[in-house]
Design a protein around this ligand. Sequence first.
Ligand SMILES: *Cc1c(COP(=O)(O)O)cnc(C)c1O
Length: 460
Amino acid sequence: MKMDIASDPLALQSAAYRDGAGRGAAYLDGLSARKVAATTTQLRSLDRPLPDTGMSADAVLALMDEVGAPGSVATAAGRYFGYVVGGALPAASGARAMLSAWDQIADRPTGPSVLVMEEVALRWVADLLGLPGGTEGVFTTGATMANLALLATARDELLARAGWPRGRGLIGAPSLRIVAGAEIHATVLKSLRLAGLGSEAIERVPVDDQGRMVVDALPRLDVRTLVLAQAGNVCTGASDPFAPLVAACREAGAWLHVDGAFGLWGRAAPATAHGLVGVEGADSWVVDAHKWLNVPYDSGIALTRHPEAMRATMAMGASYLPPTAPSPADLAPEFSRAARGAECWAALLSLGREGVADLVARCHGHACHIADGLREMGFILPHRVWLNQVFAIPPKGGRTGAEIAAAVQASGEAWFGPASWQGQDGFRISVSNWATTERDVERLLLAVKAAALASARHQR
Ligand SMILES: *Cc1c(COP(=O)(O)O)cnc(C)c1O
């Protein structure tokens, strides 16, 4: 079809936009009745030769809806407990829809209103997390890019302090040391490699039975050391002991970076904040908006108390850009950026301080309830419920964690995946969706029980 743009081109966009939004709303309305897992049998119909003659927007959206919607994983539903995914808060989801019509690039000349929302959202986030005054940051595509931006910043700053001029890069530079807990997230290793620091030479610090760095086992730190700590272990939810880490890093002049992709939100509620005391003393922090805060994908945040160092690493300047106007691109790895900050602003404005605390506390409460239910069924939980993560080891002689996860996935009642923790196989449950209800938790526990009982019968 040749597009007819003669009369009113934007009326075509507006009609398609309404169609897409309407189909999205119908999708959400049907989610509690469908299987959580994707139905993938029809996906081949999406794979076709690029047509010579294109289809109408209606026909494209109808095909996407008919095949793509069932082929999606129902992560928006409250019965999805895989990874640490989260859902999307109503205000954030609605904001995403509206923003897709605005299609702004989040910078001053191209998106003044979304940029203000982004700046305000960053201020609110720093405040909610209890980070020090003077903290600045930027929205990125996720924690991986936020970690990359801050690792590059720390790298350049430590080298500059050692007298190595900025801009010279790593070739011939004095060597830096990387110290990290044995439970460092795999994506941080990737960010380290992207930052030219490599992931082979890390000095690994042993962790305790919860996954927290053992501070007494820290190697000697110095002014060329970058220490990588974690807020929120993906299996146990436990965080590194920040207060002694901060003290050790301050004394040695090392840079302390905290990957708190989901865990830093634990600062927002009293029931989860106790494990995160002292984290405000670090040099830089990463947190995702798209995980526990329930902002749509993708949305990460990089924050530091050394914004001038971050700007020195990330700013670029170009002849056609206003020379004085500060830009988020001076801190971000990306240049053209979506209006992620506006979605986060909408989420936070709709929640308020109490709403964020309630979201975190509610997920934590569900996780505690799930942990109790699993223990009653005979599962072994090797950790306290610090935040929203639960790792369970099945009782001996029954189905394995992978078998139970597969059976629950197949039931359609809930979704979580197998995992292993300190050499023991089991499964992992994350409660990170605002939409998860008590009823969803009951359905999850019943599905696990059915999977475990089926195995007991099978054994006899
Ligand atoms: C998810 C996660 C990451 C990576 O975050 P992305 O937003 O997916 O890039 C890093 N660290 C931890 C602890 C995580 O849970």
